[in-house]
Each structure stands twice: as C-alpha cells, then as structure tokens.
Design a protein around this ligand. Structure first.
Ligand code: S3P
Length: 426
C-alpha cells in the first residue's frame, strides 16, 4: 500500500511512542519460561513482537494480548511443550535468533521459519554456538531459515562473539539458562544489554564485567510485572524529522535511553543537534526519559567502528539527515547493514538516488555529500520497515509530495507510524 507524504512546515507536539521492540521480545520470552504470571505494560505494538507471542503460544504458554498490556502465564524452564506445527517468526530476526537459544534446550524438535526476507538472513551465527553447546540444528543450505532445532541437554560454553550482535549474545545466554554451570559470553564491542538487565529482573544470577557476561545456569525465574519504555529506534525517525524541518519542536515522552542504545543521541548532539533529555527515571533496570528536540543545523561527519554497531538500526534515517547536513555523512564498517531486513546499503542508496541525492556506496559503507536538496519521487520500502519510515521522513523535506510504496512495512515495528506522522506534521 502506498503512502503519499507532502512536505511539512514543521514537526511539533508531544508524543508517547509504543514500547521498545528489543525489550518486549526479551520480556515475552523470559516470561514464558519463568514461573507464574508476568504482566507486561506498554508491550511493543509491532508485528515482530506479536510473532514472538505467537511462537510462545504455539509452545503451550498462555499469552493474553490485551492491546499493549500482555499477560503471560509461564510454567518455568521445563514448561514448554512441542508445537503442533512449524513456528512462524514472520519478519523477525530477533524472534528466530533469540528463541532458538531456548528451543535448543527443549526435549523436542522444533521447526521455525519466517517470511521471505527472514528466509534470506544468515543463521550460522547462532548455529555455531548452539552446536558447541550440544544442540543439533539443520538449516536450508546450512545457514538459512527455516531451522530444524533438535533440542538436547546443553553444556555451558565460554563464547567470544565473532560479530557484535545482541541477538546472538541473547541466544547463547538463553541457552545457558538450561545448563548446569556458568555460560560466558565475551564481546569486543558492548551490544545492547537488555537481555542482561531482563535476566536479572526475572531472578537469574548474571555478572557483567566490562565486555564479559557470565550467567549461572538453571536459575529459578519468576513472573513479574514489567513496564517497557518507548522505543528509541522508533523515536529516531521523529527526532530526525524534527531536526530536518525548520521551526520544529517535538517532545517524546518515556523513551528508553539505555546507554547501550542511546549512541544515536550522543552522535546527533555532537553534530550540533538541539536535543535535551529531561525527567530521567528507571524502570525494571532500564532508563527512560523525555526527549525534547528542536530544528537544528547538523554538521554531519563520519560514523565508524563501534559507533556504527551501536546505532546500526538508525543508519537509514541518519543517511537521510546526512544528505541535508553541512558536511555530509560517511558511514563505515557497516557490513551488517547488508544482511538486515533488506540489504540496507542498497535500499538506502536506491531511494536516495530516486530523490536526486548523490551517494557513494562500498561493500560496507555509504558516503553521502551534504547540502543536497531532496526531490519529490516515488520511493519504495522494499518491504523493510526502517526503509519505509526513513524515506517517509525524507519526504517531509522534498520539493513536492512523495509516494512511498510498500509503506505498510512500517507495521513490523510501528503500526502507528503514519498516524503519528500526520499528527506531528498537521
Ligand atoms: C536487536 C539487535 C540488533 C538490531 C535488531 C534488534 C536485538 O541486531 O539490529 O534490530 O533486539 O537484540 P544484531 O543482534 O544482529 O546486531
């Protein structure tokens, strides 16, 4: 379904976005293997997190989905039952990769797959450590979904992540819950730590020393009441919208600002963005705050190394901002972008090209000169939620109305995106 987006005069108002996708997945998965009821407030409205709920339900766990309030009746570590059919992770890499850690320890075999995009995403990154722990996993062509996971009695491992990936880290830690011993995960770059925080909230014993995480197996996890902060990666689109459109002033309430996620804000501020964070509070170990953002002149610059890894999901919208910045934006060390929901280096470059924006791409990066004018164009999400939203934001500063084909992809993380966009640009 296409969306038509007209240039905006300003981005204003006060919004409260739905719950964080990463945190919602983790709370749902852990609640399903905890003992007793968990009540999760402000659960993500995105299709991805509902794929997780669907999988949990198919594994015999009751999950009552009451809008953004989700009640999950966990039956403990041994409480899952063999699903009657293949599990469907939809478009969600987080669902298939993280849940596989739990499935690998079950006394039954599970098949789990997803949509066309997910079926192209590499899974050997989880197959390798889970194999070392003793699970047997079969994949299409040895690396793609669907996966057939033959659960086994798992052994703890000491695993160094070859690529910075919170999904892989979480997968190994979830599998480690089922071992008799201590599982260690070492990362070269600190990836988002929602799993470590959530595990602690549910009662697991977990130690984090710099980049080394150690989890004691077989903890007693107990159901809890939890509150999910708003999703900073969703907020990123509106933050960039406000930075781009003159006269903008936008307040985003209750946004998750966990330091392993908020690199985006640091980078924007370092490039001249007028962003203030107010009323910071902590809920279930996660920080949340109110973000005030005003139209700003953005300098641009280079994003590389661990900074790239820390804001990988925000690069599509940062690329848009880069084209309007003074010095342009160069993104390096972003090979991971090529294996997201789409090859994002390619889909960003293609949409920029359609808008008349010059960009140079390499195997693992993109460089976009600054001070460019966005031209009205027919854009395409290519079925990727973040591409749909990033280029809808670009459309706000085009020289005429744009059309975004496949805009419904936004529902993967933020079904309300277009409604909120209309509200803040009205
Ligand atoms: C996520 C981790 C990141 C991120 C994804 C969500 C998570 O992926 O891109 O959108 O919730 O753990 P990787 O683990 O592949 O880096």
């Amino acid at each position: 379904m296409p969306e038509r987006i007209s240039p905006a005069n300003r981005v204003t108002g006060e919004i409260c976005l739905p719950g964080d996708k990463s945190i919602s997945h983790r709370y749902a998965m852990l609640a399903s293997i905890a003992e007793g009821e968990s009540l999760i407030h402000n659960y993500s409205t995105g299709a991805d997190c509902h794929s997780t709920l669907g999988c949990i339900g198919a594994l015999g766990i009751r999950a009552d989905d009451r809008g953004t309030k989700v009640a999950i009746y966990g039956k403990g570590l041994e409480g899952l039952t063999a699903p009657a059919a293949d599990l469907d992770a939809g478009n969600s890499g987080s669902t298939i990769r993280m849940l596989s850690g739990i499935l690998a320890a079950q006394p039954f075999t599970t098949r789990i797959g997803g949509d066309e995009s997910l079926s192209r995403r590499p899974m050997e990154r989880i197959m390798t450590p889970l194999g070392q722990m003793g699970a047997l996993i079969m994949a299409r062509e040895g690396r793609f979904p669907p996966l057939e996971i033959r659960g086994a009695e798992l052994m703890p491992i000491d695993y160094t992540l070859p690529v910075p990936s919170a999904q892989v880290k979480s997968c190994v830690l979830f599998a480690g819950l089922y071992t008799n011993g201590a599982t260690t995960v070492r990362e070269s770059v600190r990836s988002r730590d929602h799993t470590e925080i959530a595990l602690r909230e549910f009662g697991a014993e977990i130690r984090v020393e710099r980049h080394v995480i150690t989890l004691q197996g077989r903890p007693r996890l107990t159901g809890r009441e939890l509150f999910v902060p708003s999703d900073l990666s969703s907020a990123a689109f509106f933050i960039v919208g406000a930075l781009l459109v003159p006269n903008s002033r936008l307040i985003l309430r209750g946004v998750g600002i966990n330091p392993t996620r908020s690199t985006l804000l640091d980078v924007l501020v370092s490039m001249g963005a007028n962003i203030q964070i107010l009323n910071v509070e902590q809920q279930n170990g996660e920080l949340a705050g109110q973000i005030l953002v005003k139209y700003s002149r953005i300098r641009g610059g280079v994003i590389e190394k661990e900074t790239t890894a820390a804001l990988i999901d925000e690069i599509p919208v940062l690329a848009v901002l880069g084209a309007a910045s003074d010095e342009g934006l160069e993104v390096r060390d972003a090979g991971e972008l090529r294996i997201k929901e789409t090859d994002r280096i390619a889909t960003i470059a293609e949409n920029l090209r359609r808008m008349g924006i010059k960009a140079m791409v390499s195997a693992d990066g993109i460089s976009i000169p600054g001070r460019q004018q966005f031209h009205a164009a027919e854009l395409d999400s290519f079925g990727d939620h973040r591409i749909a939203m990033a280029f809808s934001i670009a459309s706000l500063v085009a020289d005429g109305p744009c059309e975004v084909q496949g805009a419904e992809a936004a529902s993967v993380s933020l079904p309300a995106f277009y409604g909120i966009l209309r509200q803040v640009t009205a």
